[in-house]
Design a protein around this ligand. Structure first.
Ligand SMILES: *Cc1c(COP(=O)(O)O)cnc(C)c1O
Length: 417
């Protein structure tokens, strides 16, 4: 979080005061650090340099075109999960040869769009989907490369809604079925089934489940090799955890030290799909205290951001640190109080933080919800007819809008009446 720091009791993003951005652009406001995005991308790239992976940034973490362009210009590929994300990826100027596409429910239309766009690989998640890609490719007169997303059946310690690599999750194909598909690959005349993909979950802070899943897949690749099936792509997915509060996640270096030597021996093209690792700590959500409400036994700071702007606390019980944009002096007579930081949406689940200690908050104060760069704006919606916030990208001492605040007119743009 080194690009969001206090100077003279004011919070800065790089060299720009967050209070000044809030005054200029209004709140709620997403503020991103360009340098943090690039730093995190480069950390991973450098840690894995012995295997020269294709790093496909996971678009769903933060899909803003300016962010995608920034990473694409740095050499990143993109990991997409829908036709809409493919549209964004191409708009951002990504080479289709660096785009990989996962999702359990790709429709025929989405598949056609991706085949026509000449993407590098589908990560196929079921036999039915494989048949569908085969049919679509045949109709278009194409041979399409695909990898099988294998469900390695490992448990990753993370929130139950963001684990994806256990047999009870909807993702991927079990090893036995995958093996049969590989052995019968000639049945799919229009496909080049040439890779293995895994993605076991998100916000995983311990390298062990990754290592376990990767070792399982290396064993699987060896078994296939013994049957004469030589693969070209080995995609280890994303899922690297970040620091929201007290976590001690594996660093890019530790992760690479644990798995890069194994990957190097495979002599395959290695693909990584980090999302949160690159974007999570590159952004904050700035909000203003509208009211302070003191109820028996509880103080509420009612702010102008809500679950529609950042749903992670409501959806995953996720913890985001919340910091004052300007700090107040501590007084030994005791001016520290505990607040629930809540939004105006008509849901009891609408909160950004519970039982948070602050030196007295006042109406009009700005707060920064930290580590909101991933799965923040990309999950935002319009519930309660709330226009989505603006997004600002900071680059050194400069800042510019990368997404305008929605207007009331935007809310009804596509409605027919
Ligand atoms: C969401 C997703 C990712 C990125 O996950 P992070 O936890 O943000 O790194 C990577 N691969 C696939 C297939 C995904 O669905």
């Amino acid at each position: 979080m080194h690009d969001f720091k206090y100077k003279n009791s004011r919070l800065y993003c790089e060299s720009v005061s967050i209070a000044e951005l809030a005054e200029k652009y209004g709140t709620p406001l997403y503020v991103y650090s360009r340098r943090t995005f690039l730093d995190h991308y480069r950390k991973l790239r450098d840690a894995f340099k012995s295997v020269k992976p294709l790093i496909c940034y996971s678009v769903k973490a933060n899909s803003n075109l300016s962010i995608l362009k920034l990473l694409v210009a740095e050499g990143a590929g993109l990991d997409i999960v829908s036709g809409g994300e493919l549209f964004r990826a191409l708009k951002a100027g990504a080479s289709p040869r660096k785009i990989v596409y996962a999702s359990v429910g790709k429709t025929a239309k989405e598949i056609e769009y991706a085949v026509k766009s000449n993407i590098l690989l589908f990560n196929a998640e079921s036999l039915s989907e494989i048949r569908m890609i085969n049919n679509v490719a045949g109709r278009l007169g194409r041979k399409q490369a695909i990898a099988l997303r294998v469900n390695p059946n490992v448990k990753a310690k993370t929130h139950k809604y963001i684990t994806t690599g256990h047999k009870q999750n909807k993702f991927g194909i079990d090893i036995k079925t995958a093996k049969n598909i590989f052995l019968n690959r000639k049945d799919f005349a229009n496909l080049d089934i040439c890779g293995i993909h895994i993605h076991i979950g998100s916000q995983i802070i311990d390298a062990r489940p990754f290592v376990k899943a990767i070792k399982k897949m290396i064993g699987f690749a060896a078994l296939l090799k013994s049957r004469g099936i030589i693969l070209r792509y080995f995609n280890i997915g994303g899922g690297l955890g970040i620091i929201y509060s007290g976590e001690r996640p594996q660093t890019a270096g530790e992760y690479a030290r644990a798995v890069a030597p194994l990957l190097k021996k495979l002599k395959m093209n290695v693909i990584l799909e980090p999302g949160r690792f690159i974007a999570g700590n590159a952004g904050v959500l700035v909000t203003k205290v509208t009211y302070i409400k003191e109820s028996p036994g509880k103080n509420f700071a009612i702010v102008d951001a809500a679950m529609n702007d950042l749903v992670r606390p409501s959806l995953y019980e996720a913890y985001h640190e919340i910091l004052p944009v300007k700090t107040r002096a501590y007084s030994s007579t005791g001016n520290i109080r505990t607040y629930d930081i809540v939004g105006p949406v008509c849901e009891s689940g609408d909160f950004l933080g519970k039982d948070r200690k602050f030196i007295n908050l006042e109406e009009g104060d700005y707060l920064a919800v930290m580590s909101a760069g991933a799965y923040g704006y990309s999950m935002a919606g319009n519930y309660n007819s709330r226009p989505r916030p603006a997004e600002v990208l900071v680059n050194g001492s400069r800042a510019g809008i990368i997404s305008r605040r929605e207007t009331y007119k935007d809310l009804i743009r596509q409605e027919v009446s």
